[in-house]
Design a protein around this ligand. Structure first.
Ligand SMILES: [Zn+2]
Ligand SMILES: [Zn+2]
Length: 383
């Protein structure tokens, strides 16, 4: 049976006016995605392909094993050192430039490293990268010009209205800097944990978060794949408690940088071994289970930076002597959009997508059952 054709046919179940707008936008963006994939990213893909022979040679060697174990603690330590150096004279333009530079350098290191030591070779394709880049820049624009001012204003009003003295004096600034960073990381992640869990347990919230789970592969860049509206609400929710604890600026800055490195690893396709770190941080291994198609696996490991809130609240999932599957995505919605416009509108077309998915599932069952009884039966798909 040809499920793929059925999915294509079933993709736009919205009312005719909206359907036309949707189709128009899709048509507008399709060449951009095509150019992004076939022209702009092509030289990078060709460069990365050169690494493949080396990657096969490295398999099973001691050097690979050492790299698997060393990379994570090395990058985490380097982030803390560089972060400290960038902010030792307070937050300046240099700190700002350093953050951007670090993001670019990390990308340039991660992409070839993933090619050299991939967890899954199936995840090395780059068809979805142009969409992820657009989501990143879309989110960046939204974040800087809409979400950030909104967040700052909300936090300022709330903190001022409740009491500006509440948080004063509670921050343990006498502790070593690294300890302060871990405390802030954990406080922030406590709120992030509950927000993330809520997005999985409430269907209304899931319709926004599903975009993040629509990736069919994990790699260093797609941690940023999310709907801008999800980020706007979560940003406000996390910023309020942070505004109360009033941690020093260098701690806030270093925590932000460390969180970024954790995020790169969380979504990486790099085959690293973390050992005890799998029980402290949101790691590539435990986050791969979070992206599983099986709901009993994906409704777990909600931590964004640390994982011990999951351990404490009973949502930690990391079976021993087992590796997570590389078959990831939204298990019950094979018809979920893959394009930039499709993903931006997905929260609003969620009900139709869900209905379609149910019809596709019924059709598949009918084919499986009917195939044995009567050949070539006409299926009542998408009318
Ligand atoms: Zn999630
Ligand atoms: Zn994720």
């Amino acid at each position: 049976m040809n499920n793929r054709i059925n999915h294509e046919e079933a993709k736009r179940p919205i009312g005719s006016f909206w359907k036309q707008i949707y189709t128009g936008l899709e048509t507008l963006f399709r060449p951009i995605e095509w150019i992004g994939h076939h022209i702009i990213l092509k030289p990078f893909s060709l460069f990365l392909e050169w690494i493949d022979p080396l990657s096969y040679k490295l398999e099973g060697t001691l050097l690979r094993r050492i790299m698997q174990v060393v990379i994570y603690p090395l990058f985490m330590t380097l982030t803390l050192i560089v972060g400290y150096k960038l902010v030792e004279n307070g937050f300046t333009f240099r700190s700002f430039l350093g953050t951007i530079l670090m993001f670019i350098i990390l990308g340039f290191i991660f992409a070839p490293l993933e090619r050299l030591m991939p967890f899954s070779r199936k995840w090395l394709g780059d068809e979805d990268t142009p969409t992820d880049i657009m989501l990143f820049f879309g989110g960046k624009f939204w974040g800087d010009y809409i979400s950030k001012p909104f967040r700052l204003a909300t936090v300022a009003v709330i903190v001022q209205e409740i009491s500006p003295e509440i948080g004063q004096g509670i921050w343990p600034s006498q502790l070593p800097l690294v300890v302060q960073v871990f405390i802030l990381l954990s406080i922030r992640d406590f709120f992030r944990y509950w927000y993330h869990r809520w997005m999985h347990e409430s269907e209304f919230m899931w319709r926004w978060h599903a975009i993040h789970h629509s990736s069919e592969r994990l790699y260093w860049f797609n941690g940023t794949r999310s709907h801008p509206l999800e980020g706007m609400v979560s940003g406000v929710l996390w910023a309020i408690p942070l505004a109360f604890v009033q941690a020093p600026v260098e701690v806030v800055f270093m925590t932000g940088l460390l969180s970024r490195t954790i995020g790169r690893f969380q979504h990486t396709n790099l085959d690293v071994i973390l050992g005890p770190f799998d029980y402290i941080f949101s790691s590539p291994k435990n986050h791969r289970y979070h992206h599983s198609k099986k709901i009993e696996e994906s409704n777990s490991n909600y931590g964004g930076d640390v994982i011990f809130w999951d351990i404490l609240f009973g949502t930690f999932y990391l079976p021993k002597d087992q590796e997570p599957s590389d078959d990831i995505g939204i298990g019950d919605m094979p018809n979920y959009p893959k394009t930039f416009i499709g993903l931006m509108l997905a929260p609003f077309t969620y009900n139709s997508l869900k209905k379609e998915a149910a019809q596709l599932a019924d059709a598949s069952t009918a084919i499986a059952e009917g195939g044995e009884q009567s050949e070539g039966s006409n299926l009542p798909l998408m009318n």
